[in-house]
Design a protein around this ligand. Structure first.
Ligand code: SAM
Length: 282
């Protein structure tokens, strides 16, 4: 029986086509099938490099339906690559279900690393990079967005969000309202492209810049906001968060909040707002 195929997760540029790696091109050339989020976009990239590949589409709407047949191909020895329209697949892009199914079926999955908008943005933001949290896209509805931001009010790590240009002003205003006008932030727009733009300063300064009628806000954006360091008890909040996460593996979320509140003096509401991973809640 032929050896099983390998699934390669291949990062592609986030704008500037020169940002592809040699390994990405080599892997694209050698795989039997290249899965692409939008085959037309990937074809442009391949044409630019004069590379040919057997393209098949894999996007959010067909991923589940295609998994069984893709697994059969992998099991019968076909090597596959997965690319998205830009950057690293699975980062706010399709592919998670396929990677999970590959693992469940003993198929090897290898990364071909490269650009990713969140890491690219973080690296030039000027905000602390030692600890950060990626929250993907914020909710579209204003009320849900504000509620979500409330849950991040006492987050001490740098927060990274993907945002569309159309919602950027509204989101920044919500951030000012919930997190405070003086919180440091950065917006990195159109990274690696012709109209790349970096805005840095307080949320208020960035809000003013965005509201300037002369400002053209188009394209793709990453929003980064500094963690809550203003609070004198940021360290004790962080310790409480770690303690809660630990306790919640043994007792219920509610009981854990009670114990931590009793021993730290931190209010229950504040503890509930620490935004712990739901998987840890009992
Ligand atoms: N997989 C991609 C990655 O590795 O970053 C992200 C795909 S997600 C569907 C698209 C979002 O990523 C955009 O709405 C924007 O927030 C961000 N993004 C992608 N390319 C970008 C760029 N060149 N400049 C700024 N943000 C970008």
């Amino acid at each position: 029986m032929a050896a099983q195929g390998i699934l390669y997760i291949i990062a592609t540029p986030i704008g500037n086509l020169s940002d592809i790696t040699l390994r990405a091109l080599d892997t694209i050339k050698k795989v039997n099938i290249l899965l692409a989020e939008d085959t037309r976009i990937t074809k442009k990239l391949l044409d630019h490099y004069g590379v040919r590949a057997k393209l098949k589409s894999l996007h959010d709407f067909n991923e589940s339906a295609k998994i069984e047949s893709l697994l059969r191909d992998l099991q019968s020895g076909a090597d596959m690559g997965l690319v998205s329209d830009s950057g690293t697949p699975l980062i706010c892009d399709p592919g998670f279900k396929l990677v999970r199914a590959a693992h469940h079926n003993g198929i090897e999955v290898y990364p071909i690393p490269g650009p990713c908008a969140l890491i690219t943005a973080l690296s030039v933001s000027g905000l602390p990079t030692d600890r950060f949290v990626f929250e993907g896209f914020l909710p579209k509805k204003a009320s849900e967005r504000k509620e979500f931001l409330q849950s991040l009010r006492y987050e001490t790590r740098t927060m990274v969000f993907y945002e569309t240009a159309q919602r950027l002003c509204a989101t920044t205003n919500d951030c000012i309202h919930v997190l405070g006008a003086h919180r440091k932030a950065a917006i990195l727009r159109e990274l690696t492209k012709v109209h790349e733009q970096h805005l840095r300063g307080s949320l208020e300064q960035i809000g003013c810049a965005l509201n300037d009628p002369a400002q053209v806000v188009k394209g793709e954006c990453v929003l980064l906001i500094a963690g809550d360091t203003s609070s004198a008890d940021a360290q004790s909040i962080e310790n409480a968060r770690l303690l809660l996460a630990d306790l919640q593996q043994r007792i219920s979320h509610k009981d854990a909040v009670e114990v931590v509140a009793k021993h730290t003096g931190i209010g229950r509401n504040r503890l509930y707002s620490l935004g712990l991973d739901d998987r840890l809640k009992k």
